[in-house]
Design a protein around this ligand. Structure first.
Ligand code: ZN
Length: 209
């Protein structure tokens, strides 16, 4: 049934007819089509399918799933996205000598009852990551402990987290944080990957968040 439906779409390039066809499909068929066949659809058909799924309020995850599937078959493999991001010049120091990585750096500042725990995602070369990590650690060591009881608890958490981050920076393998970042933002990366300036802007804006 699904195959004959695809053939039907291939034979009917008319956008209005396509819209009507998707509208008349029951939701389960629509989801099935989206998940199993999205990659073989023409781009216009794919967009109409996405619009119909959204207008019915079907799960956002399905749309994201289609995006990922679509990218897998028509674009770079996931490892190539990792290589692409890692080979960019460092958004902090502009050096392209070392592959980039990402870690979350914790900083705690306290004042009596007030404790502020900031966890910041950073993408940069190992040298810049290490400097930022060191800064987060010394700020926490100096200013984190003075709140009760959260200053002490959060400071311990931040210092442990930063120690783990430091190990990841030294290991020089792509960190879990970097992999997760690329997975979440693969649509955006795909959109800007041929434009060096936009790629730099994206990485820079991550560090400024
Ligand atoms: Zn750097």
């Amino acid at each position: 049934m699904l195959i004959s439906f695809i053939t039907f779409i291939a034979m009917q390039p008319n956008i209005e007819q396509l819209k009507a066809t998707y509208k008349n499909l029951p939701s389960d068929k629509l989801i099935n089509l989206a998940i199993s066949e999205a990659a073989s659809l023409r781009p216009e058909a794919f967009e109409i399918l996405k619009t119909e799924i959204k207008s019915r309020g079907l799960d956002n995850d399905i749309t994201n799933g289609i995006d990922a599937q679509f990218i897998d078959t028509t674009s770079l493999a996931f490892d190539d996205y990792v290589l692409l991001i890692r080979s960019q010049p460092c958004p902090v120091c502009n050096s392209a000598k070392q592959p980039l990585n990402a870690v979350v750096i914790g900083t705690v500042k306290s004042f009596i009852l007030l404790t502020r725990y900031k966890r910041k995602l950073m993408i940069a070369c190992p040298t810049c990551l290490q400097q930022a990590n060191q800064k987060g650690t010394s700020t926490t060591a100096l200013l984190g402990w003075w709140g009760l009881p959260w200053g002490i608890i959060r400071s311990a958490q931040a210092l442990t987290g930063n120690m783990k981050a430091n190990k990841k920076i030294r290991a020089n393998e792509p960190s879990d944080t970097l992999i997760a970042f690329i997975k979440t933002n693969i649509g955006v990366i795909e959109g800007v990957r041929t434009n060096q300036q936009s790629l730099q802007l994206m990485l820079d804006s991550v560090n400024k968040r």
